[in-house]
Design a binder for this molecule. Sequence first.
Ligand SMILES: NC(=O)C1=CN([C@@H]2O[C@H](COP(=O)(O)OP(=O)(O)OC[C@H]3O[C@@H](n4cnc5c(N)ncnc54)[C@H](OP(=O)(O)O)[C@@H]3O)[C@@H](O)[C@H]2O)C=CC1
Ligand SMILES: O=C(O)CCC(=O)C(=O)O
Ligand SMILES: [Mg+2]
Length: 416
Amino acid sequence: MGHIQVPADGEKVTVNSDGSLNVPNRPVIPFIEGDGIGVDITPVMRKVIDAAVEKASAGDKKIEWMEIYCGEKAAETYAGDWFPAETLEAIKDYVVSIKGPLTTPVGGGFRSLNVALRQELDLYVCQRPVRWFSGVPSPVKEPNKVDMVIFRENSEDIYAGIEWKADSDEAKKVIKFLQDEMDVKKIRFPEHCGIGIKPVSSEGTKRLVRKAIQYAVDQDRDSVTLVHKGNIMKFTEGAFADWGYELARDEFGAQPLDGGPWHSFKNPKTGKEIVIKDVIADAMLQQVILRPAEYDVIATLNLNGDYLSDALAAQVGGIGIAPGANLSDDVALFEATHGTAPKYAGQDKVNPGSLILSAEMMLRHLGWNEAADLVIKGVEGAIEAKTVTYDFERLMDGAELKSCSAFGDEVIKHMA
Ligand SMILES: NC(=O)C1=CN([C@@H]2O[C@H](COP(=O)(O)OP(=O)(O)OC[C@H]3O[C@@H](n4cnc5c(N)ncnc54)[C@H](OP(=O)(O)O)[C@@H]3O)[C@@H](O)[C@H]2O)C=CC1
Ligand SMILES: O=C(O)CCC(=O)C(=O)O
Ligand SMILES: [Mg+2]
């Protein structure tokens, strides 16, 4: 049975044949509140975005929010169904949505609903910009040099969820197949061994790297770095780098630099050189700390991208201020990088910045740039005034501690 209440006054965002969006003045935007701190941050995000849209359009435009359900609230609403089909349909049908974080149990229990949403909707790009806002406390000396955009592959890698528990019939069968038919002798302890499979394809890699390079072209960026662990996982992570370079040559006319492996090509829009390079994932984690100015757009596989997202966020103040988007060729689902932070749930305490900035990305995606600019102005103003949530306050001298909702009000105040 349906539980989604469609707002009477709104209209759908639609996709034109060239992929551009038709955005009415009162678009219906589905939102998932989210588990844990979702109850705190989602209403604050909505209030901030409504204020920005109203101010930017002098009241001509308004988002018609439509609640859709996934996770704990879905289980309550849909008699135990954590992942209602109606929710998936709405995200597809309404084209642009936003979600709070959803809980995933560790070890046993159900698979990640966040990952399932990305897979079911083929939201193959996870785009996570990482930039510093002046005044945000950071553990590094020059956080202003961090300005990177992660393009994390969202549909493949070990996140595909092809794994079997140790001692299960399936794990035993796969191990026996590997030993008997593939001559595999390297499983160190085959008796009680869990098995996971890591699919990485040419198609999956190329569609992700294409988006990353196109972004570098459109946004006048200097480089795209392919991050991989190809020295160890040659046919998955190594192939990711090879296919990335191949795509850069075939579709963007990149040529090897000094005999390779790095490549470069001229940005057709600016005439400036864009370098395509690759770095091995472990080295990358120290490079981004020691030499952040050398990295710009990053294209990487699913697990590397997950690790890099939180690590890079720490350099610019933590995952309280780390936004993101999950994108297919036509559907967009915006979400913060962080999770449900259960110990803070319902306390009106955490930083709503990540979800607010995810919504800021959503406003730009809709073409509502004036409203997006106001959100940035408000966030910058609230941080500069040192009126911040606990995560920043504990690291800043002379800051005034604000609750989650009071920080949202500060953001709105500083839009003026
Ligand atoms: N996309 C999604 O929906 C995601 C869901 N998850 C899920 O969330 C659950 C909890 O995961 P966990 O590993 O604890 O990671 P979380 O990201 O939920 O929290 C880890 C820590 O990050 C800090 N943090 C997170 N969000 C904020 C915020 N808004 N403001 C300030 N600080 C914040 C807190 O640090 P401190 O303790 O220092 O204050 C918190 O304890 C798991 O079920 C996990 O699977 C995880 C990531 C993404
Ligand atoms: O799905 C989850 O529970 C975690 C996902 C995650 O960490 C991420 O997408 O960054
Ligand atoms: Mg993560």
